[in-house]
Design a protein around this ligand. Structure first.
Ligand SMILES: Nc1ncnc2c1ncn2[C@@H]1O[C@H](COP(=O)(O)OP(=O)(O)O)[C@@H](O)[C@H]1O
Ligand SMILES: CC(=O)OP(=O)(O)O
Ligand SMILES: [Mg+2]
Length: 396
């Protein structure tokens, strides 16, 4: 059996994991941050230790080199764990990619061509693919798309109500993201509940730095909150989520802000950061607990928005077996979970306060015994899902 190196290249970071596929054990994981800034930072973790250092990382090529150096210095060695594939997270696969795909020249051109739909993400994902190919020329590179799981969205869910021919000509529609996480979590939820995934109606809330919601009917995504880009939907760390598009016209006229400034405003300086000056939910909650009105409002806007989506998805699905919290905030923040589902007892949706406070890395139930709707916390593992899909793609 072989190992898979999973690479998640963001605009300013590379996260990686080396997974031994025979038992799905993690042999190493790490993070290179602040790529392109004056000083970068790297962390490499294996079962025998953790190493951190500050290093200059001018670009993704250099970042990749830092990762390879860490493997050479601290192990494990790729000679002992030969790579069967390098699996890359690619955020935007547009309409073209339904599943994980081995990257050849044509696939690479397609990913590049989709960059105008995901200018923050796809170029970084491509740099990762190119750097990995230079380092491992004989190992297949596999692209695993955030959008692929949402190819099942019905037209009524993915169509924006604007001029149809203009939208079609410019690929303007909803695509959805975090699909790799939704695929993993829906499978893990079915396993935890001991029921086949095709019998389940789920609402999954992926609340990380980026946050989105997904209605999953029988293992198929039928509605999701992110749209053409990962900006639509829930309130996030630095992204606004849903907003009246006329706000942009108004701000453009009133302040002369350019489109790229407005893009930066909604993607990088909004959400929790815009409302409370901090993008990390832990800091927002600490602020709210110490009586800061802005932090309390940020928390309230964040959880109010989630509650609205839960109601909408319940209506779209007709009924729901489980509501599932996942990702950094969803897995760790009891106050967010409690507030997001507060007041829904009439719909059979309740959170048990003691169960909600329990800490564990395992899937668990936080609704009271006998509740009509199961409320669960199910940790996501996008890296493992990418590794599994990458191996399947090269074995196909
Ligand atoms: N105990 C906690 N309470 C609230 N939020 C938390 C907690 N632990 C982590 N988080 C949040 O999780 C976020 C990161 O989630 P994660 O899914 O790792 O994000 P990403 O993969 O998008 O970088 C952080 O921004 C932080 O706000
Ligand atoms: C698509 C997206 O929003 O990704 P992330 O949560 O990693 O920012
Ligand atoms: Mg994430």
């Amino acid at each position: 059996m072989s190992a898979v190196l999973v690479v998640n290249s963001g605009s300013s970071s590379i996260k990686y994991q080396l997974v031994e596929m025979s038992d799905e054990s993690v042999l190493a994981s790490g993070l290179i941050e602040r790529i392109g800034e004056s000083s970068g930072h790297s962390r490499h973790t294996t079962p025998s230790g953790e190493w951190e250092k500050d290093v200059p990382v001018p670009d993704h090529d250099a970042g990749f080199r830092v990762m390879i150096d860490a493997f050479e210095a601290h192990g494990p060695s790729f000679d002992e764990h030969p790579l069967g594939a390098v699996g890359h997270r690619v955020v935007h696969g547009g309409k073209r990619f339904f599943e994980a795909t081995v990257v050849d020249h044509l696939v690479e051109i397609n990913i590049e061509d989709l960059s105008d739909l995901a200018p923050l993400h796809n170029p970084a994902n491509l740099s990762g693919i190119r750097a990995a190919r230079k380092t491992f020329p004989d190992v297949p590179q596999v692209a695993v798309f955030d959008t692929a799981f949402h190819q099942t969205l019905p037209p009524a869910a993915y169509t924006y109500a604007i001029d149809k021919s203009l939208a079609d000509a410019n690929r303007v529609r909803r695509y959805g993201f975090h699909g790799t996480s939704y695929k993993y979590v829906s499978g893990a939820t079915a396993e935890y509940l001991g029921r086949p995934v095709d019998e389940l109606k789920l609402i999954v809330l992926h609340l990380g730095n980026g946050a989105s919601a997904c209605a999953i009917d029988g293992g198929r995504s039928v509605e999701t909150s992110m749209g053409m880009t990962p900006l639509e939907g829930l309130v996030m760390g630095t992204r606004s989520g849903d907003i009246d598009p006329a706000v942009l016209f108004h701000l453009h006229r009133k302040t002369d802000a350019s489109f790229s400034e407005l893009d930066g405003l909604l993607n990088k300086r909004s959400g929790l950061l815009g409302l409370a000056g901090r993008s990390d939910m832990r800091d927002v909650i600490a602020g709210a607990d110490s009586g800061e009105a802005e932090a309390q409002l940020a928390f309230d806007v964040y959880t109010h928005r989630i509650r609205g989506y839960v109601g909408e998805y319940l209506a779209q699905l007709g009924s729901v077996d489980a509501i599932v919290f996942t990702a950094g905030v969803g897995e760790n923040s009891a106050p967010v979970r409690a507030a997001a589902l507060a007041g829904l007892a009439g719909l059979g949706i309740e959170v048990d306060p003691a169960r909600n406070e329990e800490r564990s890395r395992q899937a668990r139930t936080i609704s009271p015994e006998g509740a009509r709707v199961a409320v669960l916390v199910v940790p996501t593992d996008e890296e493992l899902e990418i590794a599994r899909q990458s191996l399947a793609a090269v074995s196909a």
